[in-house]
Design a protein around this ligand. Structure first.
Ligand code: NAD
Length: 370
């Protein structure tokens, strides 16, 4: 969760309305989309386009109400602005949410209609895969607009971003290990991975190659068994993941798993994983982690590999080597954030936010001068 800036004097009355929320989070545009013929109801939020066109996935989720969907899209699109900025990409932050059950609501017409809405924005927003949407859906969207990424590799796109995300998380973890123990090596380190889905499993593979002692948990029992035997990982119960004595905790399933309850249980020295918004309240837990001497590798910094991967698909043929070379920078970026946090005596999440805001401001000035 990214802290909101102080409301300026010219802010509209804080009546909880949509423009008030846009003002609070500093959004440029929000588009509400409706199509009765297909049943499509979506919101596209463009947070900031100073660095480039806004890019962010299309989440398809059964929200309880429109307000919940709006909150999600505003928060997630703002997060994308920060992620792209820290990763050094010429992209702004955007996101879209489609309201409904991904299992039953989608059809070719439904996704193509969404593609038309994306096209109407003329490239200010580029969509991609997210929870509930698949590369097949991106293919349908592509039939209506060029402003889409995450197309399958067989069609010249960047394909599944998870391996690049996992690689970036590994690099961020190594940067944190270096900060804590003076060495990048994860050999013999005890690492717990919560969620062994697309990213988690790739991360487990890297950790096995590194010689780490791996603990895993997931709600999917079959996958747990498979991954445990493939990589010699130890399975732990869902809640036990917070209690075990490990060096590194890698949240790779859900957000907000670092909260006041879990903080009292966690015994790790480092938190480094792929999940978005790991800190339930970044100000509260961000400061508490510093007090407890736990190094937090900010989520949006070390999980930017997926975004880096889709970025490599824009403006020309996708090149995996180029994407991996860009992802290599995550190590140095994470180190520089630790250094800033130390120099200014601030939590690492705040250092990461500052780096993101500084680049947007600087590039914004460059653009104003032309
Ligand atoms: P995924 O859906 O493939 O995997 C998530 C896994 O978590 C699943 O195996 C699921 O069964 C498990 N899970 C769900 N609830 C759980 C719980 N309570 N305890 C333990 N496990 C649980 O998703 P993914 O693509 O691997 O992404 C993982 C996380 O990383 C998500 O938070 C996602 O937003 C974030 N992320 C992913 C990418 C990417 O490239 N895929 C990029 C950036 C961030």
């Amino acid at each position: 969760m990214i802290e909101t800036k102080e409301i300026k004097k010219s802010a509209p009355m804080n009546d909880g309305g949509i423009t008030t929320q846009m003002f609070t989070y500093d959004h440029e545009e929000v588009l509400f989309c409706n199509d009765n013929a297909t049943g499509l109801k979506a919101i596209i939020a463009i947070h900031n386009t100073v660095l480039g066109p806004s890019l962010g996935g299309c989440r398809i989720w059964k929200y309880n109400n429109e307000q919940e969907a709006l909150n999600d899209v505003l928060r997630l699109s703002r997060g994308m602005t920060y992620k792209a900025s820290v990763a050094g990409l010429n992209l702004g932050g955007g996101k879209s949410v489609i309201m409904g059950d991904a299992k039953s609501i989608k059809s070719e017409a439904f996704m193509r209609r969404f593609g038309r809405f994306v096209d109407d924005l003329g490239g200010k927003y580029i969509t991609a895969e997210d929870v509930g949407s698949t590369s097949r859906d991106m293919e349908y969207i592509k039939m209506e607009t060029n402003h889409v990424t995450g197309i399958p590799e067989s069609m010249g796109g960047s394909g599944d971003p998870s391996p690049v995300t996992a690689y970036g998380v590994l690099l961020g973890m190594k940067a944190a290990a270096n900060e804590r123990w003076g060495s990048d090596s994860l050999k013999g380190k005890k690492v717990s991975v919560q969620g062994i889905g697309n990213v988690g499993e790739h991360l487990v593979k890297h950790l096995a190659d590194e010689g780490a002692k791996i603990y895993i948990t997931d709600i999917n029992q079959e996958k747990l068994k498979e991954v445990a035997s493939k990589y010699k990982a130890e399975v732990v119960a869902l809640d036990a993941i917070y209690d075990i004595d490990v060096d590194i905790y890698a949240p790779c399933a859900l957000g907000a798993t670092v909260n006041n309850d879990t903080l009292n249980k966690l015994k790790c020295s480092i938190i480094a994983g792929s999940a978005n918004n790991q800190l339930a309240d970044e100000k509260v837990q961000g400061e508490e982690l510093v007090k407890r001497g736990i190094i937090y590798a900010p989520d949006f910094v070390i999980n930017s590999g997926g975004l880096i991967n889709v970025y490599a698909e824009l403006g020309g043929a996708y090149n995996k080597t180029r994407a991996m070379q860009h992802a290599d920078k995550i190590y140095d970026i994470t180190k520089s954030i630790f250094a800033l946090a130390k120099a200014e005596n601030i939590p690492t999440y705040l250092a990461a936010n500052k780096v993101a805001e500084k680049r947007i401001e600087a590039i914004g000035r460059v653009k104003l001068n032309h």
